[in-house]
Design a protein around this ligand. Structure first.
Ligand code: PHE
Length: 360
């Protein structure tokens, strides 16, 4: 029995001293494992006389139960301690003030796009969209710019890569928002009144050009649309956008393959004292291209040119943003400089006050 007492003492001490799961498992194997000390003694019971067994058996059973219980208790204690340690290590002071993130603003292009959309929405124009990676057909052919047309060269087009052996014309990054004219005609038919703001791409880069910029396309198709309505619409737009009562537009004869007749539109302004004033002075600012939609373009859009006419225009969003908010360099628009954004950007709530139709 002395022997058992010492085994009990040693084992319980080892259990109490086990520093982790693994050490504890070793103690268990040494005592209760197949070749453990308790298990070996259990096997010896078989070789004892019945009397010996009757006295030794219960003692051994009790010892095995005691050690087993001690192992379980220690294992639970170790798990608790591990959890405590984790909770202590991963403790988080939720009362600490947040770390300030770089604070952005609403980009002038977003702001102006909203303003333009709001003004045209008031005049009954819906917003249409098209893909920026556009097929050659939508970007050119459907707009009466066949493959050999010189206008194709003027567009400084970015072409998409083609799979080897694919001889179809490559897709392009749309060079203007005009392909959305065709998409909107095909989707909705006539009558139609839409604007299509979005990104366009041309291989060009200097003080006033970036390879990506923004345009807004405008399109009105009905039974008896004329240049007069185009002029009125653009004047109304300029008055609302530049927030001046008097605007004067000058229509200059021009050429676009997709309009006939075509006109570029200038806005009367003054640069006196280096400050731009719209509606007065003797200078003219070119702000957009426009015209009556060419019959072939209507046809490409699935609209019968014998029954319907329309006007279309395309305006540079970045350009009118620069004019309205006095921003000198176009390239800075797309450099993501937070200092620039803080200076020229808009608060999230300074949305255009032009939403006369909001809520009603
Ligand atoms: N798509 C023309 C351009 O990018 C602008 C335009 C649009 C002209 C619609 C006439 C009618 O220059």
């Amino acid at each position: 029995m002395d022997d058992l007492d010492s085994l009990r003492g040693r084992t319980l001490a080892a259990i109490a001293g086990a520093s982790g799961e693994e050490a504890l498992e070793q103690v268990r194997v040494a005592a209760l494992g197949k070749k453990g000390e308790i298990s070996l003694r259990m096997r010896e019971l078989g070789r004892m006389s019945p009397e010996e067994r009757r006295s030794a058996g219960p003692v051994l059973n009790a010892l095995r139960d005691e050690i087993d219980a001690a192992l379980r208790a220690r294992r639970a204690a170790l798990a608790d301690a591990a959890l405590e340690a984790r909770l202590a290590a991963e403790w988080l002071d939720v009362t600490l003030p947040g770390r300030p993130r770089p604070r952005g603003t609403v980009h002038p292009v977003s702001q102006v796009t909203e303003e333009v959309t709001a003004i045209f929405a008031d005049m009954g124009f819906a917003v249409a969209e098209g893909p920026q990676v556009e097929s050659d057909w939508f970007n050119f052919d459907a707009l009466n710019i066949p493959p050999e047309h010189p206008a194709r060269q003027e567009h400084d087009t970015f072409f998409m890569a083609r799979a080897e052996g694919d001889n179809r014309p490559p897709h392009v990054l749309r060079t203007h928002t005009s392909p959305v004219q065709i998409r909107a005609m095909q989707a909705h038919g006539a009558p139609l009144r839409v604007i299509a703001p979005g990104r366009v791409y041309r291989m060009d880069m200097d003080l006033t050009h970036t390879p990506m910029f923004h345009q807004v396309e405008g399109l009105a198709i009905d039974r008896d649309i004329s240049m007069a309505q185009l002029k009125w619409t653009l004047e109304e737009f300029c008055r609302a956008f530049f927030e001046v009562d008097r605007v004067e537009l000058r229509f200059r004869a021009s050429h676009f393959p997709f309009t006939e007749p075509s006109a570029e539109v200038d806005l009367r302004c003054s640069w006196a004292g280096g400050q731009l004033k719209i509606g007065e002075g003797d200078d003219w600012l070119e702000i957009l291209g426009s015209g009556m939609i060419h019959p072939r373009v209507l046809e490409a859009g699935g609209i019968d040119p014998a029954r319907w006419q329309g006007f279309a225009f395309g305006m540079g969003i970045d350009r009118i943003a620069m004019l309205k908010y006095g921003i000198p360099d176009l390239r800075a628009f797309f450099e993501s400089d937070l200092r620039w954004l803080r200076h020229y950007g808009f608060g999230p709530l300074s949305a255009p006050a032009l939403h006369a139709s909001l809520g009603g």
